[in-house]
Write a protein that binds this ligand. Sequence first.
Ligand SMILES: N[C@@H](CCC(=O)N[C@@H](CS)C(=O)NCC(=O)O)C(=O)O
Length: 85
Amino acid sequence: MAIELYWGSGSPFAWRVMLTLEVKGLKYESKLLEFSKGENKAPAYLQLNPRGKVPTLKDGDFVLYESLAIMSYLDRKYPEPPLFG
Ligand SMILES: N[C@@H](CCC(=O)N[C@@H](CS)C(=O)NCC(=O)O)C(=O)O
């Protein structure tokens, strides 16, 4: 199933997940949230990530937030090339 990444402009936490996806050659749908419009605090987004922060990753029905947790998840599910030695 498709991977979706919720991110916000200027977020280094989102960048590291984007870099992970690129390094692993994974296609994903970009969901850019606008902080200035409060899109990261909208009820629909808070259902995915109650902290109202980016990044959040959806992989099919599985939802995960916290950039390091997302990187670790992606590295386990898609091991090549490995991220962490
Ligand atoms: N520990 C979190 C930090 C995420 C975070 O702080 N994201 C910021 C952008 S750099 C954010 O969403 N800020 C919006 C807000 O707090 O309203 C992670 O590693 O994913």
